[in-house]
Design a protein around this ligand. Structure first.
Ligand SMILES: [Zn+2]
Length: 454
């Protein structure tokens, strides 16, 4: 019996379980040998139990050889890998090492799976077979099972890579895999609260190291649930982590595509670095292409004015009638491709932009373009007199999209449910075009349902 057996006994490891271990030997303390830790864990799972370690490799120049290629996952995994009775899967990037009766069944065919951590990999099989995961001195962000959840949901930020490995037949083979790229997952620590509240984490200690013991199956289900509700839940908030900003751009592009609508940005002038500007737009799911307003003219119509005939040059024109006209328009006038609606103008005219114009009006299905602007308009007939103090603000005070009188939140959510396939135009005011556009994009995304909030 070694000195670690007693603390390991207290962790709650089920005898006979398949235990997947992520560890930092340094965290356990000086003078602790990897062999002693492995021996203690072996004793905890017993002869019927199976022990697994990640033995991932750095991107190697040549090919992966399960017998030779070292692991970069810490000293315990590396010692475990080299033990005589250890099996190792052949996956070129995410090989797993295992000892015990279930080892063969959990590891086999890993190199042929679609992704290194997804369906039918050792990680998923381990979770589905009632296994436990033990984190020793490392946090949830080392939990490979997170990537299993990402892979099962095929999140938009997964990418395609290749790896070469030595096959069982002695030939070098190439596998193409769809994987969750490495890099930051700043949001993962937020998962701990959910897992803990569901009683899925048991905390403990070995030497100086804090430990977390999880039931892999329910933990995987919980992470799938979290990521289904918010595909960006594992990522950093804000705009300062390059990996996560990139991943969130991919999520937003997919969310926007599922919305069926487009966001367009109206700029007072071209930004000084259009390429960089386009990159910023892409991070918010906007197609990065510049056109001038002349390419698809929007004709403004004053109250009571009849639409002029568009020139017969085959161009699609869009009519922007006065708010009052919108209420009674039944068909798009000939020669026009659709109607544009500026709800803030309706608010300024004393109408209720959603309940009065869009909801009750006849133009609803004819609108192809919406100017997403919001503000405190001069309070018209519909507002409560108790809000009269707002009249003393700037006469045209701009407020965040969804917080003014344009009823944008209602408009966007109603149109989302009606599969509106038009364009939301964000009209960028004068000023720093980067700052103003970023602000508007963030505000617009905040109008969308919670899963698109990042
Ligand atoms: Zn990040």
């Amino acid at each position: 019996m070694n000195e670690l057996e007693e603390p390991i006994d207290a962790l709650g490891i089920r005898p006979g379980t398949a235990l997947f271990v992520h560890s930092s030997l340094k965290a356990v303390g000086h003078g602790v040998r990897a062999e002693a830790l492995i021996e203690g864990l072996r004793a905890a799972v017993g002869a019927e139990g199976t022990l697994l370690f990640p033995t991932f490799t750095d991107r190697q120049e040549g090919y992966f050889d399960p017998a030779q290629t070292p692991s970069t996952m810490g000293v315990v995994a590396e010692v475990f890998r080299q033990m005589p009775n250890t099996l190792r899967s052949r996956h070129p990037r995410h090989p797993v090492a295992a000892q015990g009766p279930a080892a063969q069944a959990l590891l086999k065919g890993h190199e042929e799976t679609v992704g290194p951590c997804g369906a039918d990999t050792p990680f998923e099989r381990h979770a589905r077979s009632g296994g436990q995961v033990l984190l020793i001195g490392v946090d949830l962000d080392t939990l490979t099972l997170l990537h299993t959840a990402e892979a099962l949901l095929d999140l938009p930020y997964l990418n395609q890579i290749e790896g070469r490995y030595l096959g069982t037949d002695g030939l070098i083979r190439t596998s193409t895999m769809r994987q969750a790229p490495g890099g930051h997952r700043g949001g993962v620590r937020g998962f701990e609260k959910v897992l803990k509240n569901r009683g899925l984490i048991r905390y403990g200690r070995i030497g100086r190291a804090r430990t977390m013991l999880l039931d892999a199956g329910p933990a995987l289900d919980a992470m799938v649930e979290i990521l289904t509700a918010d595909p960006a839940a594992a990522l950093c908030r804000g705009e300062c982590c390059p990996d996560c900003v990139d991943f969130k751009g991919k999520i937003r592009a997919q969310q926007l595509a599922s919305l069926g609508a487009e966001i367009s940005v109206f700029l007072p002038q071209m930004p000084d670095d259009p390429e960089m500007f386009a990159e910023m737009l892409a991070r918010f799911g906007c197609p990065a292409r510049f056109t001038t307003i002349d390419a698809q003219p929007i004709v403004r119509l004053a109250e009571g004015e009849t639409p002029p005939a568009p020139p017969a040059d085959g161009q699609d024109w869009i009519l922007q009638p006065a708010p009052g006209d919108l209420v009674c328009i039944e068909t798009v006038p000939e020669g026009y491709a659709g109607l544009a609606y500026a709800p803030l103008e309706a608010a300024r005219a004393g109408l209720q932009p959603f309940y009065g114009v869009l909801y009750k009006g006849r133009c609803r299905d004819l609108i192809t373009d919406i100017f997403a602007a919001d503000g405190i308009a001069g309070l018209g007939g519909f507002s409560a007199s108790s809000l009269g103090y707002l009249d003393n603000l700037l006469p045209d005070g701009n407020v965040a999209l969804g917080e003014g009188q344009a009823q944008l939140r209602e408009i966007v959510s109603a149109l989302r449910m009606r599969s509106f396939a038009g364009r939301y135009h964000l009209v960028v005011p004068d000023g720093n075009p980067y700052a103003e556009t970023l602000r508007l994009l963030r505000e617009f995304w905040n109008l969308l349902p919670p899963s698109t909030h990042n």
